[in-house]
Ligand binder design. Structure first.
Ligand SMILES: C[S@@+](CC[C@H](N)C(=O)[O-])C[C@H]1O[C@@H](n2cnc3c(N)ncnc32)[C@H](O)[C@@H]1O
Length: 248
């Protein structure tokens, strides 16, 4: 999942990419943002894509900096959010060790640290602390590895959609899958996509000078995982992790 991948996806962004803003039915992420919002403060949207969160951020903060690695996404965001005049746009790669960026009072980073590359993720996490002023706050949303395993166990136990045990892999594919799963990379549409454990998140953020104050599930419907979820399949629902952290 490098820059090329995101530039290509931009053409069909709404069809290809899961919309967290729309699917956060209980509004847990919006509540967390509201808790820290202030018309005197600045916010940065890290990995803003086509700008789903920009209108909400624009009405809750003095100034929004919308950043993304993809120039096409930034263009689309600019076009779609043209009515919001307190928004600046910046194409920036958070996995660039030389990144220079002005720190904001508050940051959101919603399902953007997905790369299967450990080296790129390490720099991305370091960039998070460059983006937030000391004493400022971060709302980070990432895919949950616990949820991915839970979904996979349910799929295989009740033969939902296409169970994994019906798939056949060559030894090379199997070795690749094992290497990926050992570091929390789950394949989505053929791409190794990083998923995180709750404890792992606290550790990764602590290493980059963030104190986690809250970790909660952002729950979604089972139709986000299965084409035909059984009617009896209810709580617990599949989820992402949302972390709220303070930059120390
Ligand atoms: C799944 S989309 C999430 C978009 C948005 N945060 C939302 O919730 O609607 C992930 C976004 O992260 C961006 N991204 C991925 N790697 C990045 C990097 N290294 N630096 C900046 N943005 C990145 C991608 O271009 C893409 O737009």
């Amino acid at each position: 999942m490098d820059r090329n991948y995101w530039e290509k996806i931009a053409l069909n962004y709404n069809d290809e990419i899961f919309d967290v803003f729309q699917n956060d039915k209980t509004g847990i992420i919006r509540s967390a943002i509201r808790e820290y919002s202030s018309p005197q403060q600045t916010v940065i949207d890290i990995g803003c894509a086509v700008g789903k969160w920009i209108p909400f951020l624009s009405t809750h903060f003095k100034k929004v900096m919308a950043t993304d690695i993809s120039a096409k996404n930034i263009e689309l965001a600019k076009k779609q959010c043209g009515d919001f005049t307190n928004v600046g746009y910046l194409r920036a790669d958070m996995s660039d060790p030389k990144l220079k960026i002005a720190a904001s009072d508050f940051a959101i980073c919603i399902n953007a640290i997905l790369t299967g590359s450990l080296a790129k993720r390490n720099i991305f996490f370091k960039s998070l602390s460059k983006c937030v002023k000391k004493g400022g706050h971060l709302v980070l949303v990432v895919p949950s590895l616990e949820s991915a395993f839970y979904t996979s166990i349910i799929r295989n136990r009740w033969n939902i959609d296409k169970p994994d045990h019906l798939k056949r892999y060559s030894s090379k594919e199997a070795a690749n899958k094992l290497r990926n799963i050992e570091q929390g990379n789950v394949e989505i549409d053929g791409f190794a996509t990083k998923h995180y454990l709750q404890e792992e998140l606290t550790l990764l953020l602590a290493l980059e000078k963030f104190k986690v104050t809250k970790i909660q599930k952002v729950e979604y419907s089972w139709t986000t995982e299965f084409v035909h979820p059984p009617k009896w399949l209810k709580n617990p629902y599949p989820w992402d992790w949302m972390c709220v952290a303070t930059r120390i």
